[in-house]
Design a protein around this ligand. Structure first.
Ligand code: KIV
Ligand code: ZN
Length: 518
């Protein structure tokens, strides 16, 4: 069953990753990530959880229709409706997979499922068999496996393999396991599940104790040949094992693993940035492999060593993860459209001519204000312009008055969907609040601001500020992002972007009335 020398990479960025608090991707964004994952050559993409929402059903279907190379998996609870919905979505794929999960720990069975343990076994058997009737490739996950009674887990695994599961995935759902202990429980599974050789052994580790990668690596050493991961390690709570760390561990230490993956590691940097941009989840600077500091050397001794011979302090050649040679080539106001396009190509952007028109105008405006434009500026520009192209309401004018005397106020002028101009002035606790009051009164989508953050895109006083906002509207979360050298302008554009996305995804694509009468 298993290719002994190959570790399959199962990417769940679009399912578990999308469950990260506050992340909300639309169908086009999910497709863009799926295309990038395909280019990176991951083996399996878990595209979503079709029964969980109409949006998920739509995006898994769209991904299954378009993405040809990887296996496309959908998640399903062990209930008939979920398995059927999952098949409806993944059936379009070249290589579909149904991934059924059901809890096996006493704590979940008693307090969440509230069922008899024999009944739980029966549900798992029945739903794996139902999935198998649709599709040859069926994965089963005993949720909270690492807190389950081992003998019950062995029975469950034996029965689902008999019912047709071709992959059995052992989730450390709550990130509770220790590496040695996890490795031992996988050895025990291989010894105590008599038909285990008929299925591929997989693991899915969460990072609550910061051990998701360590546990996954321990599992690989004892025979797991599918690892479930997310780009940048995003996911529920503290996240999942990070794709880039697992892939680069295997690649960097062939002496230790004697294994390979199919992943093209040169895509890592690009996919990591894309996921960060689209999810609005920034990457901590010291994050292994993809953090901004991962290949920076601060101390004089280290700098001296690396200059003489890179390997003195670098175990990975930065180009192996796709960092361009001579990273951060700088453009300026004299750079032309061709220079910009060439740099965007190098960075891996597939940009349409219409998008380039917008990005070039924004690039020139920025270059006038800030002189040197590096790759991080370009990331912010491209993502901002791509988002803005779809905007229904566009910010035309923002004028604020603020300071330590008098009440802050903001005047905004916005161009609406039919080209109508709307203008108003509001006051607030500060310039951003005043601008938000004004925008909300114009756009008229009832919402609550649940997160606001601003980060500097680059160093220096002339840097762009990138603002990320999350709003809750109509029971859903929408993320807005924008960058500008003026952070009040960036803030206003970010809110407007989130409001635009809320309108685009509201049932009728309308404003106030649609939200009031769903
Ligand atoms: O963490 C978990 O247990 C899961 C399962 C659905 C595999 O995400
Ligand atoms: Zn999970």
């Amino acid at each position: 069953m298993t290719n002994e020398n190959k570790v399959l990479i199962f990417d769940t960025t679009l399912r578990d990753g999308e469950q990260s608090p506050g992340v909300a991707l639309n169908v086009e964004e999910k497709l863009e990530i799926a295309r990038a994952l395909e280019r990176m050559n991951v083996d399996i993409i878990e595209a979503g959880f079709p029964a969980s929402s109409p949006g998920d059903l739509e995006s898994v279907t769209a991904i299954a229709k378009e993405i040809r190379e990887p296996v496309i998996a959908g998640l399903a609870r062990a209930v008939g409706g979920d398995v059927d919905a999952c098949w409806e979505a993944v059936k379009h794929a070249e290589r579909p997979r149904i991934h059924v999960f059901l809890s096996t720990s006493d704590i979940h069975i008693m307090h969440q499922l509230e069922k008899d343990k024999e009944r739980v076994l029966e549900m798992a058997r029945e739903m794996v068999a139902r999935a198998k009737a649709y599709c040859e490739d069926v994965e089963f996950s005993p949720m909270d496996a690492t807190r389950s009674v081992p003998e019950y887990l062995y029975r469950m695994l034996t029965e689902v393999i008999d019912a047709g599961a071709t992959t059995v995935n052992i989730p450390d759902t709550v990130g509770y396991a220790m590496p040695d202990e996890f490795a031992q429980s996988l050895r025990d599974i291989q010894e105590n599940v008599p038909n285990i050789d008929k299925a591929r052994l997989s693991v899915h580790c969460h990072n609550d104790l910061g051990l998701a990668v360590a546990n996954s690596v321990a599992a690989i050493k004892v025979g797991a040949r599918q690892i479930e991961v997310c780009v940048n390690g995003i996911g529920e709570r503290a996240g999942n094992a990070s794709l880039e760390e697992i892939v680069m561990a295997i690649k960097t230490r062939p002496d230790f693993f004697e294994l390979t993956t199919n992943v093209d590691s040169r895509q890592i940097h690009r996919v990591s940035r894309l996921v960060s941009q689209l999810t609005g989840m920034s990457i901590q600077p010291n994050k292994a492999i993809v953090g901004i500091n991962a290949f920076r050397h601060q101390s004089g001794i280290h700098q001296h060593g690396v200059t003489k011979m890179r390997e003195t302090y670098e175990i990975i050649d930065p180009q192996e993860i796709g960092l361009p040679k001579g990273t951060n080539l700088v453009l300026n106001k004299n750079s032309g459209r061709h220079g910009l396009k060439a740099r965007l190509d190098d960075l891996g952007y597939e940009i349409t001519s219409a998008e380039l028109d917008h990005v070039f105008v924004a690039f020139k405006e920025l270059a006038d204000k800030k002189g040197e434009i590096d790759d991080r500026d370009l990331d912010a520009l491209v993502s901002g312009e791509r988002r803005a192209i779809e905007d229904i309401y566009k910010l035309e004018v923002l004028q604020v008055s603020c300071g330590n005397q008098g009440e802050p106020s903001a005047t905004v002028k916005v161009i609406g969907p039919e080209g109508q101009v709307k203008e108003t002035t509001s006051t607030g606790t500060g310039p951003v609040d005043a601008a938000y009051q004004a925008l909300n009164s114009i756009v008229g989508v009832p919402n609550q601001l649940i997160e606001y953050s601003v980060n500097s895109v680059t160093e220096g006083i002339d840097a762009q500020g990138e603002v990320t906002v999350r709003i809750e509207a109509g029971g859903r979360t929408f993320v807005g992002r924008a960058a500008d050298t003026d952070i009040v302008v960036a803030s206003a554009k970010a809110l407007l972007n989130a409001l635009n996305r809320a309108i685009a995804q509201s049932p009728q694509g309308k404003t106030e009335e649609a939200w009031a009468n769903p």
